[in-house]
Design a protein. Structure first.
Ligand code: UYC
Length: 231
């Protein structure tokens, strides 16, 4: 016996995030009545954009791609669920749009480009970062980029996710690489086709950080005060 929409809505309000995601999927599958519930749910999350279920509901509505859902998102969430705050005056809308489409490869490339933009003209030109530039990144901007990745990957991707794994492994890089699928035995995963560009990837797989010039940039990213400061 399938649940009624009203029953799903009742459960949605009182479930854990994990359960909420299954309910959101189910509601999206029931058609317009379920989508109405999702729109109401998303509006209630306006003040609480960091919860994963908000990102999940946003994506379900985006994928529904109906006049009513499109108009709703355009009206209430024109730039997505995550406030795109930037101290550096950078527009993160294009990153948001790629992540919503789950185009993780393009989002990864653009993320690197945005980090270079954050670092300044010299980095934009050379297309990679010095670790010393990372230390000066504004907390706000790193948090915005990170929350975008976390929210649109059901909590799987993002620097903060990579940091948690790294800390749980005693900051041991050699243990982190196989854990996040960047190395198998002695062999580095080859860019781009050997990386996994969807949610079947291991936790912490994305965004990438090229290790060609050493681990210091990645180390600076994961050590940044952004991850231990609330704004
Ligand atoms: N690549 O292997 N990578 C590139 C990764 C390494 C290499 C870009 C990640 C190892 C070369 C990204 C891993 C290595 C280029 C990544 C990885 C290597 C390149 C595009 C696993 C050889 C061409 C952005 C740790 C043994 C560019 C960029 C160049 C590109 C990511 C080779 C995102 C996570 C040590 C030759 N690799 N990269 O930075 O500079 O260019 O020549 O990490």
């Amino acid at each position: 016996v399938s649940n009624t929409v009203a029953e799903l809505q009742r459960q949605l309000k009182s479930s854990s995030e994990k359960k909420q995601q299954a309910l959101i999927q189910e509601l999206a599958n029931t058609g317009t009545a379920g989508l109405d519930v999702l729109m109401e749910f998303l509006q209630e999350q306006h003040a609480n954009p960091t919860i994963l279920s908000a990102g999940f509901a946003y994506q379900a509505l985006h994928q529904a791609n109906m006049p009513k859902t499109n108009e709703f998102l355009q009206t209430y969430f024109p730039t997505g669920v995550v406030p795109l705050r930037s101290e550096a005056g950078i527009d993160y809308t294009p990153v948001q749009q790629l992540l919503v489409k789950q185009d993780f490869l393009a989002a990864d490339r653009l993320t690197l480009e945005k980090l270079c933009e954050l670092a300044g003209a010299a980095a934009l030109q050379r297309r990679w970062l010095y670790f010393s530039e990372v230390d000066n990144f504004p907390i706000t901007d790193l948090q915005t980029i990170d929350i975008l990745w976390v929210i649109h990957s059901q909590g799987k991707f993002g620097f903060s996710v990579q940091r948690e794994l790294w800390l749980s492994l005693g900051k041991n890089w050699e243990k982190l690489w196989p854990k996040i699928g960047w190395k198998t035995g002695n062999r580095w995963t080859r860019y781009p086709h050997e990386f996994i560009w969807d949610l079947s990837a291991p936790k912490g797989h994305l965004p990438l950080s090229n290790q060609l010039r050493g681990v210091r940039v990645f180390s600076s990213l994961l050590s940044h005060p952004a991850w231990s400061t609330r704004i």
